[in-house]
Design a protein around this ligand. Structure first.
Ligand SMILES: [Zn+2]
Length: 242
């Protein structure tokens, strides 16, 4: 008999990044954490950390979640509890995301997309925190200063550009990327990809959480640019919104 495929965790944050509370059912309790049939907790990926928050058990017990990670295969998501898990498969629980921290991640993450739109060069790495972020570009020479980039960022925030999500085939994404950016397109397979678009600025496949408009990035600033190697320029972002 073929091994049964474990049910996947439905990633509700991909449909609505602003939802903060819901109910879910426990699928499994593993060494890595509690696996649910659906979740609002973002699983660490693409430089954005896993969410924190609380799982409320049926008896009202408040179980703090200290991390959220994909299990191998990336179809199930484990919620790490600070202490043991008094939960069983089949239990119904309530979820509450640490919204302040997550919203800061959404702002920082969206800000990095704005920088991708402003700087037409391949991205070689990035990192997202609640109060700061960084993104590395493959740029052989410095074509602008940190002050210039900061002025461009503030202009994009003032422009209040809408941020939208779509599901597209790899071929559709490859075709769209050819017209908007010089980045390498993903392989044109039949698999559907989640795309994020900042109107008239950036378009790329991304599974992360983003804000609805660049106006929500108010308080974010380019603080420095560093030359990390002959080809690598690092841009540092800081959140001054308090
Ligand atoms: Zn993204």
């Amino acid at each position: 008999m073929a091994p049964s495929i474990p049910p996947a965790t439905d990633r509700l944050y991909e449909t609505d990044a602003y939802a903060t509370e819901t109910t879910a059912q426990v699928l499994d309790v593993t060494a890595q954490g509690v696996v649910l049939d659906r979740t609002l907790f973002y699983a660490e990926s693409g430089g954005q950390p896993g969410d924190h928050g609380v799982i409320e058990a049926a008896d009202g017990a408040q179980l703090p979640v200290s991390d959220t990670q994909y299990l191998p295969g990336r179809i199930r998501i484990a919620h790490t509890l600070a202490s043991g898990a008094p939960l069983q498969p089949g239990d119904t629980v309530r979820l509450a995301v640490d919204w302040d921290r997550r919203y800061r991640h959404m702002r920082m993450h969206t800000c990095l997309h704005v920088l991708c739109g402003l700087i037409d060069a391949p991205v070689t790495g990035c990192s997202i925190h609640a109060d700061r972020g960084r993104i590395d570009f493959d740029l052989p020479e410095s074509l602008f200063t940190a002050d210039e980039l900061e002025a461009w960022l503030q202009e994009e925030i003032r422009r209040d550009r809408p941020v939208r999500h779509y599901w597209r085939t790899g071929a559709e994404v490859a075709e769209a990327l050819e017209t908007v950016r010089t980045v390498k397109a993903p392989p044109a397979t039949g698999e559907r990809l989640r795309v994020v678009e900042i109107e008239d600025l950036d378009y790329q496949p991304c599974g992360g959480t983003h804000v609805r408009s660049t106006a929500e990035l108010e308080g974010l600033h380019v603080t420095r640019m560093q030359k990390k190697s002959r080809h690598n320029r690092r841009v540092l972002i800081s959140d001054h919104s308090g």
